[in-house]
Design a protein around this ligand. Structure first.
Ligand SMILES: O=C(O)C(=O)C[C@H](O)[C@H](O)COP(=O)(O)O
Length: 318
């Protein structure tokens, strides 16, 4: 079976104490799954795009927890199972001002860190409309850095649109290592998504957001550059035109996964041949909805997204 969108990366177990509890003293942890690339696949799938996720997992209840959850949201996992490897995990302690949200990774030597193209269902990348991965994947191991490059190359040669989110994680690598690795991948990327702050920190570019997008488009010949700007919304540069998109108002219960929800929704619209400005609006509406839901996943429906786009307010629907 072919999927319109194929993503590649690590999905972890996500463990978090209840709001207002510290990891040091919590007595219970909420047990979920999370990973940038599978989050993107889930958002796209929930919005009607057929999506598959490529990875490597331990053949254990922890690994199967990941695939079970993805299937729940319509994402088909294509997994190389490994008898001996570890399942990556992370702990997240949600912040409350003035205490920031803190993420602690426990993902060293996770199964995915040894994934090579010959262990993966590369043919689904060739058959897809779009292939997505992010800067988190090459940060995880030297092997993954090579595999990420090879999969992007396979996609490019097959005419599959390639999309990449810079997704800089300072707990995984330094800005200069991230810059070297990501810039070496950029020639194989058609659609770049990057947070404005990451463009400044990692790629060391200056100027306002439209200037950053133009410089990136010029330097690396991207078809589309999307700059995400938190509270200031997002913009996309495509075909020499810049499209701006403000955020939709939202009552946040969990901000983690907002960026991935945006990207999944954005790609679902591009794959459906909708214009970039429609895809941006869809991304922003889905991101706003994600923030109202616990966990990394955008558990949303197309009707809910359309309602946000129409300016529908909250309240009781009965
Ligand atoms: O940090 C990592 O390594 C992860 O893969 C899991 C993160 O929970 C997502 O990537 C969420 O990212 P945002 O959508 O930007 O909030």
């Amino acid at each position: 079976m072919t999927a319109e969108l194929v993503t590649f990366g690590e999905t972890m177990i996500r463990l978090s104490p209840p709001a207002g509890e510290r990891i040091e003293t919590a007595r219970s942890l909420e047990f979920r799954t999370a990973g940038a690339e599978s989050n993107v696949a889930v958002a796209a799938s929930r919005l009607g795009c057929s999506a598959a996720w490529l990875s490597k997992l331990p053949d254990s209840p922890l690994g199967r927890r990941v695939t079970t959850e993805l299937r729940t949201h319509g994402v088909e996992p294509y997994v190389r199972w490994d008898d001996d490897a570890r399942q990556g995990a992370y702990y997240i302690e949600q912040g409350r001002a003035p205490r920031p949200t803190n993420v602690i990774y426990d993902r060293a030597d996770a199964a995915v860190t040894t994934a090579r193209p010959d262990e993966l269902a590369v043919d689904i990348v060739e058959d897809a409309a779009a292939f997505y991965t992010s800067g988190i994947t090459p940060a995880l191991s030297e092997t993954l850095r090579e595999t990420t490059g090879e999969l992007l190359q396979t996609a490019t040669e097959a005419g599959t649109t390639t999309a990449f989110d810079l997704n800089y994680r300072s707990k995984l690598w330094s800005p200069s290592d991230a810059r070297d690795a990501c810039e070496s991948l950029f020639p194989k990327v058609d659609v770049l998504v990057a947070a404005e702050r990451d463009i400044r920190t990692v790629l060391e570019l200056d100027g306002d957001a439209p200037t950053l997008a133009s410089e990136l488009a010029g330097d690396f010949d991207f078809e589309t550059v999307v700059v995400t700007r938190g509270e200031d919304g997002a913009l996309a540069r495509h075909g020499g035109t810049v499209y701006e998109q403000p955020v939709f108002e939202t009552d946040t219960v969990d901000a983690i996964g907002t960026g991935d929800a945006f990207v999944g929704a954005f790609l679902s619209r591009l794959i459906a041949d909708e214009p970039v400005e429609t895809a941006l609006a869809y991304g922003a509406a889905t991101a706003a909805l994600k923030r109202t839901v616990h966990g990394d996943l955008a558990v949303v429906t197309p009707d809910e997204v359309e309602r946000v786009l129409r300016g529908g307010d909250a309240g009781i629907d009965r």
